[in-house]
Design a protein around this ligand. Sequence first.
Ligand code: SAH
Length: 390
Amino acid sequence: MLKPQEERRLQAGHLWIFSNEVNVAATPLTAFTPGEHVQVRSSHDRFLGYAYVNPRTLISGRLLGRDPDYPPGKSLLVHRFKVALAMRERLYPAPFYRLAFGEADLLPGLVVDRYGSVLVAQIGTAGMEAMKGEILDALVKVIDPTAVLWKNDSSIRELEGLERYVETALGQVPDMVEVPEGGVVFRVPLAAGQKTGWYFDQAGNRALLARHAAGQRVLDVFSYAGSFGLQAARAGAAEVTCVDSSASALEAAAETAAANELEVELLKGDAFDMLEALHADRRRFDLVVIDPPAFIKRKKDHPKGLAAYRRLNQLAMQMLDRDGLLLSCSCSYHLGPGELTDSVQRAARHLGRFAQLIGVGAQAPDHPVHPAIEETRYLRAFLFRVVDSC
Ligand code: SAH
């Protein structure tokens, strides 16, 4: 049961219940086991929805459904997956996308990526972990996959008191799959890859970059498997350089380049150091993309993270030749969009240059935004033209 007035946010569409909103005298949180399913009731004892609870976390409950006739279980999950699938099938020409994006698909704590007939799922909360069997059953019913992998290895699971593991749920999960995007067939490692294997969220921004790539010298920093760089190469870039600290990511990029007959220079190392080294070598580029990992995972990381974004944008801009383009990305929800554009602006001033914002990118539609949950709007991508000041 909630305290008086605390149902308002849920009624406005949000899915989270914070521990201080619960009437713990009537319903002590400690009486619940992590992941337990409950009915959420207002202070007037009105049914608000079904949720799962974790007494260990600040977000002590997440709403699974508001219809009293559909308690959490396989049939609710089947319904959710069908609704999610309908949008992806409408928008995507081939079955390669994020099928379920947590809260924004009304499936709090669950992510499912689709690689043709293979699914890779990630559970982030105890409440979803408790429904693991039903999630698999529902996916089998809606998608009929040949293989499913649980990639339950994210560090956020520790906050929920969950172990981290990678486990085959169904069939034979291949080590590598092929993902077609932007005219390139990418070789993508699943179990050994990052996240679920592929960053589907950046697909639109990769297309944005490719549109400007013909004839250009392109630098793809934090390239992972060469996703931006190789699409730029396919679009006719004069030369492409990818930088990443992960040897296996660059190996995948090399395989993709060979299989697609594309040329790319692959540099392994810390991005900050590599950018300094390239600058010292007097290398110049016309198009630079920076797509770092989240430097601000939690609010308390903000000051340090912001400093890292500022430094990175300056190092990247330094590499740009006259009239070059910088695509500056961040997947840190806690970095406001204005803070990222401000970082670029400061970098420009520091270098005595002038930056113009000429394009704004977003997370791809298979990562929808839940308008009541700001945290689901996390990806920022800004395309700047950088000219010499006069
Ligand atoms: N641009 C990619 C996604 C990048 S994810 C895409 O669109 O698919 C972030 C990448 O940064 C990862 O591949 C990770 O290996 C790499 N990385 C993390 N820290 C790094 C560092 N300090 N220097 C270089 N690369 C780093």
